[in-house]
Design a protein around this ligand. Sequence first.
Ligand code: SF4
Ligand code: SF4
Length: 292
Amino acid sequence: MILKDCMSDETRRKISEHPCYSPEAQHKFGRLHLAVAPSCNIQCNYCDRKFDCVNESRPGVTSEVLSPKSALEKTAQILKQHPYIRVVGIAGPGDPLDNDETFETFRLIRENFPDITLCISTNGLLLPDRFSELAESDVETLTVTLNAIDPDIQKEIIDMIYYNGKKYEGREAAEILIENQLKGIQMAVTAGMTVKINTVLIPGINDKHIIEIAKKMNGLGVYIMNVMPLINQAAFADIVPPTDAERKAVQDACAPYVKQMKHCRQCRSDAYGLLGNDLSVEKKASGKELKT
Ligand code: SF4
Ligand code: SF4
């Protein structure tokens, strides 16, 4: 695997143990998602708010929202039982940056587990505004869901955003979101975070445009890109999701510009364990869910 030359040895080690950033790590090292962030400040047309954030989830499964203190207790219990888990992330069920609990949770986890890698997944609207808090939280790996860099395409994907106490729709909403996402990504790369982009492949909407996103990410120094198939629900319920071959063609076209993640499992926002063996689902199915 080719790692960025400018990485420190410590960052290199942590990336090699992050199951989403390193395909080799996925079979050896796990991640724990803490579902402490219920609210969201945008409306994606593929999102049904009854479910987890589609950025990092699959539909039809609701999450229990944890308080930061419960999240710490759950982390202590799970890390003790599963020491191969090297990453603790916050990925929903809404947008982590729209919830103060995210920062309190990161503070508690870092205080108690100094060696764990802290990870976040966000729609990026608040990245520039909350970047200093994120950096102070010692978050090392950042994912931004970036579905378009052209406002005329983005406005077809989102219904609206709430920003600085105001609701925006249409092209104006798309412009604000893209501007903040790109600015936030640049800030994160400059600060030394390792950045991943999630891009939802939506046939007929952004399929031809994703290569432009890849080229832009190359210029920004993004480490890896994850092209995810649309989960068709909500306003996009009638769009037929891409086939595996269609997704592979997009990944292949983007690969010369930015490394491609091809092993994403579209996890729940309370998933834990190895990527291919989500123990949160197993526990729920057996009725032996962890009590925290
Ligand atoms: Fe839903 Fe996530 Fe989009 Fe928010 S960012 S609307 S939670 S998919
Ligand atoms: Fe990793 Fe994909 Fe799961 Fe996120 S949804 S934790 S990127 S495998």
